[in-house]
Design a protein around this ligand. Sequence first.
Ligand SMILES: [Zn+2]
Length: 291
Amino acid sequence: MTPTQPPRRRSLLPLLLLACLVLAGCGGASAGGGSGSGRAAAPGTGDGTAVKGASTTRAASTTRTASTTRTASTTRTASTTRTGATTRTGATTRAGAQAGPRFRGEIVRGGDAVRSRVRHSWRRGCPVGPGELRLLRADYWGFDRRVHQGELIVHRDHARRILVVLGKLFKAGYPIQRLRLVDAYRADDDRSMAANNTSGFNCRRVSGSSSWSEHAFGRAIDLNPLRNPWVTRGGRVSPPAGRPYANRARRAAGMIHANDLVVRAFAAAGWRWGGYWSGSKDYQHFSSTGR
Ligand SMILES: [Zn+2]
């Protein structure tokens, strides 16, 4: 596939980096993120995104212009763990320079962080409680080729590895149209899909069945669902507006294809793709159980 690449301003980069050095004020995301990346204004930007009073885990990965490779991991206070992996790509010529904003993502811990965000998507009798779920906040590349910050809820057992997956998708420039909690659509999966919204947890049944969906356990994610529709054996396409993308020979932004970087990123986390199912194909669907 041909993911949209992050926009770059190569010619400005050396000047910006120099300005950073001179001003010594370009810590964290601003060194890469502010250089014409189009990073969208979002709450909690900068290095201070940890939510007060909550234990927060962050993962960061950065590609910059330099000649060394470095990885670092730091453990800070008892309430906050931060892992950072910085990859610097060698660049002896300007043409080889690559600069992109650093991925920022975090896991907001605690049932209270989730409870108020699942008023439509959770109710008593659901197979997992809010305390077992985690809210992720993460950067993603939009279809507008700008960086946005989105939210996703998954089971706590998968939160860290899914944050890593989101970091890989970001680094690869894979575009996501929307990354909003399904509660923004009053937990209506049809509305969420029609908006091409990527979502995780939703306490609902399998469509046309009385069984709990894997989404009800927080162990499934639907990615760009309009461009990766669910296609039944009988040819029904869901969402209906995704019919043009039932033709999987197409190549369009956000589409997922066998063994592409998206499928591989989830596979590395132990999650499997619904596009590999026999019979009905759920091209938007990834889950830890393969169901
Ligand atoms: Zn799904």
